[in-house]
Design a protein around this ligand. Structure first.
Ligand code: 3HC
Length: 697
């Protein structure tokens, strides 16, 4: 008997139970165990019907993703599903938790499906760069028709048991919370009413109804926009269409071919890497799993500007009360009004109700008095980037906050240790760097100071989860992980424009790679004054920061989207960047002043300089231990800056390009362009020399 799948008979029902924590994924052992248990059920003369259920938190949540990319071991999942479907005895699936991917495909191979209330079903393979490869694209449309099957398969979104019932994906939903109990009840009904095995492959009405309709061409046209740059959503449509044009067995063959194309695509590798990296990132090396976590039930935020307001919304969204502090009443009123407007806009789109708007607004309490922070569990400072101001604030917090409160700064560049030095409790001080817009972007870059306690580190990682963000714990240095790399890319992008590229050419290379926006469109969004102020601070500190045409923009009041003019210009009420000849002239003038003769620059040079400079910096970040693992950098870039998840993050992308190729080019740039940013990191050099990847570290 298999260790992960068991067979027992209860009365006239043969019960097959999968027990493979954490999510009963269809590993090789589970697949062979399922076949063995099914055979046992067939040969058990006293079993009149079979029931398939799972132990633990969920029904089968899919194929075992850890087996992808390795040689396939028989039996394949499609074969297992077919064996269930062809069983002469009726088989019922009892679903709880999430029946996903191969899990739902297995359930679709059963003759009846019953789900507990609250269970969810879905085919999320597309999120891993795949398509359902065990009959999902052929069986689901036979139950739901083309439109809904296309929606479910190309988005990967789950539907709950209630909707699954309406769609015909499950046959019954039962309020009981035990899948085995409700499954037994259904199986007994199958026996008492002599219900026959009912194979989904034989259901044809919906297929006939949608045959020849233009739903597929329409769907493809819609995807061109929604799935830009992605490979597998289009293959999903091809596979579903096959269910309508081909007999079942041929449709299955077509599905397999398309599945294999996806399996071999680099996007699948990138998305699977992202899936695991997102989960690994919360397991911080050196921070024991059982580190105590401080409870956070109230928060104080300093600064009601764009960042502070966005941060406050994150807490209100999950029911945590927030004091929002400003120095002046006017700024406070303005900040609160913007939050209200944001919530109301969300309500207009139907994503929250007006009652929820009221509830969330009631949780955000405006204040001008630091004394209100006396009892809060966490304070996040979100004022502009000025060390003196921040130190003064932390000195004040040290006086008013209770012992044990976590004192966090949302600084995006400044030294956490210096900020902490303004308090008598540096162990409670930490960075919590949110990304703009703070209520939307999923990344929370938590920055540990040299004295931050383990308890505070673990607590801010737990807070990230609670407010539905992905937390990455990083070390303290200028710009931490994200902005330190961005800073290098930004400087290189500006240099490329100095030398002859246009801002729009640079941006296009980056958006073609899959970034949602280019470097300069992003500067306009963040505000040209932000970078300007940082450069001015560094100049004041005596650093040699070269003059830039970006400074000229700031000095002319072209501050980006908020002034409808920055690197680009913007129509009233629009966020779409429009090329502005005035900026071309400003750049040309800058080149004349600097005595630069512009040259033609290729897209490949832009790509290499913008990306390799980041990879080199990322390698230095790893070398210094600022990021513990390459995957921490990958997740930072995917969730903080929109680097396409299908490329797996900047360091994973570097591995795909080839570490040696990048090292050689960096060496060459060191010679031809010079500058500290092109000095190859020792780690990059070592990996290139050993023929290794960042993923091997
Ligand atoms: N294979 C292997 N491991 C898996 C897995 C899978 N399909 N799904 C989840 N896991 C692992 C996670 O890596 C994690 O491991 P860890 O504890 O070591 O970090 C653990 O299970 C728990 O996962 P989560 O932290 O994500 O737990 P949640 O409760 O938040 O979410 C879930 C559970 C909704 C099932 C979520 O894990 C999920 O969405 N999983 C992926 C589902 C999926 O994509 N299935 C389709 C697979 S492809 C397929 O089936 C191909 C077929 O068509 C041929």
């Amino acid at each position: 008997m298999s260790e992960v799948v068991s067979y027992n008979r209860e009365g006239a029902v043969g019960v097959i139970t999968v027990s493979y924590p954490p999510v009963n994924a269809l590993s090789h052992a589970v697949r062979s165990g399922l076949l063995a248990a099914l055979e046992q059920g067939q040969s058990d003369d006293n079993a009149k019907a079979l029931l398939l259920v799972c132990d633990g938190r969920t029904f089968v949540a899919g194929a075992d993703i850890r087996e992808f990319g390795k040689p396939m071991q028989e039996p394949g999942l499609a074969e297992v599903v077919a064996a269930f479907e062809n069983s002469p005895k009726p088989v019922v699936a009892g679903i709880h938790g999430t029946a996903l991917g191969g899990g739902l495909e297995l359930a679709l191979g059963c003759h009846y499906r019953v789900a507990v209330e609250g269970a969810k079903v879905g085919l999320p393979e597309v999120k891993l760069g795949l398509l359902p490869g065990a009959g999902g694209t052929q069986r689901l449309p036979r139950l739901t028709g083309a439109q809904k099957a296309l929606e479910m398969i190309t988005t990967g979104d789950f539907v709950d048991a209630g909707e699954a019932l309406q769609l015909g994906v499950v046959d019954a939903v039962d309020a009981g919370n035990d899948a085995k109990v409700i499954g037994m009840k259904f199986a007994e009904k199958v026996i008492s009413e002599s219900l026959p095995p009912r194979r989904v492959r034989d259901v044809t009405e919906r297929i006939e109804a949608d045959k020849g309709s233009d739903v597929f061409s329409q769907f493809r046209a819609g995807l061109e926009k929604k799935a830009r740059g992605l490979f597998s959503p289009f293959k999903c449509v091809d596979a579903v269409e096959a269910a309508f044009n081909l007999p079942f067995d041929e449709g299955m063959k077509r599905e397999r071919e398309l599945f294999m194309e996806c399996m071999q695509s680099p996007q699948r590798a990138g998305l699977v890497h992202t899936f695991f990296a997102e989960r690994e990132v919360s397991k911080v090396p050196g921070l024991p799993k059982d580190t105590p976590v401080r409870e956070v039930n109230s928060v104080g935020i300093i600064g009601a500007g764009t960042m502070g307001g966005g941060i406050a919304m994150n807490f209100a969204n999950v029911g945590i009360p927030v004091y929002l502090l400003e120095v002046k009443q006017e700024a406070l009123d303005k900040g609160i009004a913007i939050i209200r407007r944001n919530y109301e806009n969300t309500a207009k789109k139907g994503r929250i109700t007006s009652a929820q708007v009221a509830e969330r607004m009631a949780l955000i309490k405006p204040t001008l008095a630091y004394e209100d922070f006396g009892d809060v569990d966490l304070v996040i400072e979100a004022v502009f980037e000025n060390m003196d101001v921040k130190k003064q604030i932390f000195g004040q917090l040290d006086k008013v906050c209770k012992q044990g409160a976590i004192l966090a700064s949302n600084t995006s560049t400044l030294d956490i240790d210096e900020i902490a030095s303004a308090t008598r409790r540096p162990e409670d001080v930490v960075g919590m760097h949110f990304f703009s817009p703070a209520n939307v972007m999923k990344l929370l870059e938590n920055v540990r100071g040299s004295k931050t306690s383990d308890e505070v580190k673990a607590s801010v990682m737990a807070i990230a989860k609670r407010i539905r963000k992905v937390g990455v714990l990083v070390g303290n240095c200028y710009g931490f992980v994200g902005n330190r790399m961005l800073h290098q890319r930004g400087a290189e992008a500006v240099a490329l424009v100095n030398e002859g590229a246009s801002p729009q050419q640079v941006d296009k290379v980056l958006t073609d790679l899959g970034f949602p926006m280019g470097q300069f469109a992003m500067s306009d969004l963040a505000g040209i004054d932000v970078g300007y102020r940082i450069r001015e601070e560094r100049r004041k500190a005596g650093e040699d920061v070269a003059p830039s045409w970006m400074d000229k923009l700031a000095e002319q009041g072209r501050l980006g989207q908020k002034t409808q003019a920055g690197v680009y210009k913007y129509e009233e009420g629009s966020r779409k960047p429009v090329v502005d000849p005035e900026v071309d002239e400003l750049i040309a003038e800058f080149r004349r002043e600097q005595g630069i003769q512009p040259r033609d620059i290729s897209d490949q040079e832009i790509l290499e300089r913008c990306m390799y400079v980041m990879v080199n910096e990322g390698a230095k970040i790893l070398e210094e231990g600022v990021a513990a693992r390459a995957l921490d950098i990958d997740i930072t870039w995917i969730y903080g800056y929109g680097f396409p998840a299908y490329r797996g993050g900047v360091m994973f992308w570097a591995d795909q390009v080839g570490v040696k190729t990048i090292y050689d080019t960096v060496k060459n740039f060191e010679k031809t362009l010079g500058g500290a940013q092109w000095k190859p990191s020792a780690l990059l050099e070592k990996l290139a020399g050993e023929g290794k990847k960042f993923g091997d570290l």
